[in-house]
Design a protein around this ligand. Structure first.
Ligand SMILES: [Zn+2]
Ligand SMILES: [Zn+2]
Length: 262
């Protein structure tokens, strides 16, 4: 199993000489294994995903904030009518899921009617996906704490487990649910948009801190943690300084990072 980070930035894509190291694309993560290509969110990083003709491709949405969906129309592979893309979210049913994507990529907001133009986009109920794939891998979900709602996912294949916790504002009352959800994970992807100092003025904005991630990592039975959803204001230099203080097993995500579990 191979994880690729295509977009590690939170809130809005950025481009500046101070961010070339970590990159400026918004949320998109890809898991490749066996006959499957699983994509988690389609922020601007989705442009970089090579849609695999020989695998079944699924997109799982954590939620519908624009930094998690805005890249969907900008991957040229989507316009190959032969390539089926299965889209699902544990946050909403397939009708709502289709409606939200349709609204975002149509009308006043977008020049083409994306869902009308691309019949190869197949919207599925999340529990349908769970059932149809269960012989090959398992995917579980958990509600997170985020304005408007958000869900995490844990994927398990051949004893390798990866958990995504985006976007989430951590609070201690979540600990037992979250630690159970990620139990035994080889890697946990953590929303570390803020520092504890930022949280003083940005409580209720829907994100956790890097320090909370470290603490959670040390309290749970997990092997590695990848801290991501970097604030758009954070420069490479600031992120490098933060990275030096991380304990073994915890690292900062950057666009293009590949973690190979095979
Ligand atoms: Zn976000
Ligand atoms: Zn969000």
């Amino acid at each position: 199993m191979k994880l690729t980070v295509h977009g590690s930035r939170g809130s809005v894509p950025i481009s500046s000489p101070q961010s070339v190291g970590y990159g400026g694309n918004t949320s998109c993560y890809e898991l490749l294994f066996d006959d499957y290509q699983l994509i988690f969110d389609t922020g601007t990083g989705f442009r970089q995903v090579k849609l695999d003709q020989f695998k079944r491709t699924f997109i799982f949405y954590s939620h519908w904030h624009h930094d998690h969906i805005q890249g969907l129309a900008f991957n040229s592979g989507m316009f190959n009518a032969e390539k089926k893309i299965h889209i699902s979210s544990a946050l909403n049913n397939k009708i709502t899921c289709r409606k939200l994507i349709h609204q975002y990529f149509s009308g006043f907001y977008f020049p083409i009617e994306l869902t009308e133009l691309l019949p190869n986009l197949m919207f599925l109920e999340f529990n349908e996906v769970q059932r149809s794939c269960k012989r090959d891998f398992s995917i579980e979900t958990l509600k997170l704490n985020h304005p408007g709602g958000s869900v995490g996912y844990s994927v398990k294949w051949n004893d390798i487990k990866i958990s995504f916790l985006l976007d989430n504002e951590y609070n201690i009352s979540q600990f037992s649910n979250l630690s159970g959800f990620v139990h035994g994970a080889n890697l946990v992807v953590w929303d570390g948009m803020f520092s504890n100092a930022d949280l003083v003025s940005k409580g209720d904005w829907g994100h956790s801190s890097i320090e909370q991630g470290i603490e959670f990592f040390q309290q749970c039975d997990i092997t590695k943690m990848l801290i991501t959803h970097h604030a758009p204001s954070r420069t490479d230099q600031q992120l490098d300084t933060l990275a030096k203080k991380l304990p073994d097993g915890v690292r900062l995500a950057r666009d293009g990072l590949i973690v190979d579990f095979t």
